[in-house]
Design a protein around this ligand. Structure first.
Ligand SMILES: [Zn+2]
Length: 209
């Protein structure tokens, strides 16, 4: 949390160690949910507990384990579904690299297009403290590139983008696959073997091996 008006919660959901995230401006009670899946009733009750109004459903990418709750949540709340414009899944709004979105007055979301795991993958920076990375980057690992639309060379460029961000950002991944559920970007740049400095050629070979 960067200040007392901003709510941020990492919610473990489902049998595949997914994480959903709830972000809200408490001064306006406006909320967004990232990658809602598997446990929609639990996510809805978390919103109700704090009297939050769901404005946006935002997906890091369009794989089923990250969007599976979209339709039900939209039906129950009227929230708008936001994804990268390259996504073929049902959405209300398609965003592009570096686009920003305000949530209430206290939360500023910045979309960073990071293809590689899938063409529409993106990371979302929340104010100056969090980076929701989906399946682009896990703690100590990264997402696979051998699924349809996966592209190791694109992931190389996406990692170059992440290297230019503020290293004090906390990485919040799409799955709990690491030794901890979150870590700073600085820590990942130092210890995550998939972020080790390699040439593009070395990286592509490494990812496809
Ligand atoms: Zn995925």
């Amino acid at each position: 949390m960067s200040n007392s008006q901003v709510f941020f919660e990492q919610v473990p959901v489902g049998a595949y160690r997914n994480f959903s995230y709830i972000v809200a401006d408490l001064s306006r009670s406006d909320a967004a949910i990232f990658d809602p899946a598997w446990e929609i009733e639990s996510l809805l009750s978390r919103l109700r507990d704090r009297n939050l109004q769901l404005k946006y459903i935002i997906n890091t990418h369009a794989h089923l384990d990250h969007i599976q709750g979209n339709v039900e949540l939209k039906r129950r709340t009227g929230a708008k579904i936001v994804m990268h414009q390259a996504s073929l899944a049902m959405k209300d709004s398609g965003v592009v690299d570096r686009e920003e979105l305000s949530l209430g007055e206290e939360v500023r979301l910045k979309f960073i297009h990071t293809p590689g795991h899938s063409p529409e993958s993106m990371c979302i920076q929340v104010n100056d403290f969090a980076l929701i990375t989906g399946d682009t980057l896990f703690i100590g690992e990264c997402g696979r590139v051998d699924l349809p639309g996966g592209d190791a060379s694109a992931l190389f460029d996406s990692f170059e983008k992440l290297r230019r961000l503020d290293p004090s950002l906390i990485v919040y991944p799409g799955h709990d696959y690491g030794k901890s559920p979150r870590a700073t970007l600085a820590e990942e740049l130092k210890t995550n073997y998939t972020l080790a400095k390699m040439s593009r050629e070395e990286f592509v070979k490494f990812m496809n091996s």
